[in-house]
Design a protein around this ligand. Structure first.
Ligand SMILES: NC(=O)c1ccc[n+]([C@@H]2O[C@H](COP(=O)([O-])OP(=O)(O)OC[C@H]3O[C@@H](n4cnc5c(N)ncnc54)[C@H](OP(=O)(O)O)[C@@H]3O)[C@@H](O)[C@H]2O)c1
Length: 327
């Protein structure tokens, strides 16, 4: 049966997922926005039957099997909870929430209602990520001991846009640091120590951070920056060699295996370049199987990531306005 999607949000990623959902055989039936004009324009541009404003009117109108929450970070908690309380499954954009307190609230509602919820951590579903895990488990670089990632993109320095606006949950750590953090947790196991330094923008959010962490199976060092044009590559070093993942590492487009720094194998990835489609496929599969969580992106992993984001963010000195209210 065709899965009927509703989309909350009208930004860049809402558009990208609209294409991915359709490519995976889903139907996009409705879009919700704070602004009637934005909702109507998005619906018209993407040939979507229904537009709603404000956002939650989309739920009241019904006829939706799953909602993709693509609103700004400050709205993730409320938007996800509204859907879950209405009994509608949710694919929730990263970062899962602004804080652990918010994330626990969302997960609490999902577990109480038994309604499907998954963080849209598309990196976890990339075929290259699965291939990388398989090769590491097979011992191709001996024992993996360290991960190094430099994730820098220069964002438009507009204090009103989501990257730098504290009210919208801006900052490099939550926006892009979430990828190297999830990556390192996935490959090196649970972490025991995390140290962060960073530069703050005039708006009070982190414009960049550098992080060092100790995990169960090794160490990770990574940066997330909105002001430095980094390579967005990853190096994974083991006791008998290393893997290099070229730009953009979280899509795992290709792998090179090296021994003592010399390339010994070029590894093409079957199915690379599908972007957001594999995560949409996972949602369809979980819904068809009646699952409340994705085994590949479980809620406990999202909570673990959020706890570390809180811990690292504290050290950099970023405080969101919702936290004054205990959220
Ligand atoms: N998975 C990924 O690869 C990925 C990539 C980018 C972003 N994200 C996540 O997705 C969420 C949304 O990011 P985004 O890149 O889509 O953000 P965005 O383009 O800035 O859009 C976010 C929201 O801003 C409003 N908006 C859009 N265009 C606007 C305009 N011209 N004027 C005023 N407001 C406008 C819309 O609000 P209304 O809903 O009210 O219309 C929209 O939902 C964030 O949580 C982000 O972390 C994920």
């Amino acid at each position: 049966m065709t899965v009927r999607w509703g989309i909350l949000g009208t930004g860049t990623i809402a558009e990208a997922l609209t294409h991915a959902i359709r490519a995976e055989g889903g139907e996009v039936v409705a879009v919700g926005s704070a602004s009637p004009t934005r909702a109507e324009t998005f619906a018209r541009n993407h040939d979507i039957g229904r537009s709603h404003a404000p956002h939650h009117e989309l739920l009241a109108a019904g006829g939706i099997d799953v909602v993709y929450v693509a609103t700004t970070n400050d709205r993730h908690r409320d938007d996800a909870i509204a859907c879950l309380e209405a009994g509608v499954p949710v694919l929730l954009e990263k970062p899962f929430a602004l804080s652990t307190a918010q994330a626990e609230e969302v997960v609490g509602v999902a577990r109480r209602t038994g309604v499907f919820l998954m963080e849209a951590m598309w990196m976890r579903f990339q075929p290259g990520m699965l291939e990388l895990e398989r090769r590491i488990a097979a011992g191709e670089i001996g024992e993996l001991r360290s991960v190094t990632i430099d994730f820098g993109i220069v964002a438009e320095p507009d204090p009103t846009r989501r990257w730098f606006d504290r009210a919208q949950g801006g900052g490099a750590l939550l926006d892009i640091g979430v990828y190297p953090l999830t990556f390192a947790l996935s490959l090196l196991g649970p972490a025991t120590t995390g140290v962060a330094v960073g530069d703050l923008a005039p708006t009070g959010v982190d414009e960049q951070v550098a992080v060092a962490m100790r995990h169960e199976r090794g160490v990770a060092a990574w940066t997330a920056s909105f002001v430095a044009d980094g390579p967005v590559e990853a190096f994974l070093a083991g006791t008998e060699g290393s893997f290099h993942i070229p730009r953009v590492f979280h899509e795992v487009p290709h792998l090179t295996r090296l021994v003592r720094g010399e390339p010994v194998e070029q590894i093409a990835i079957d199915g690379a370049g599908l972007g957001y489609r594999p995560e949409v496929r996972e949602v369809h599969r979980c819904l068809a199987d009646g699952l409340a969580e994705s085994p590949r992106m479980p809620l406990d992993l999202s909570l673990t990531v959020m706890r570390w984001l809180d811990h690292l963010r504290d050290q950099v000195g970023v405080v969101y306005s919702t936290e004054a209210a205990g959220r």
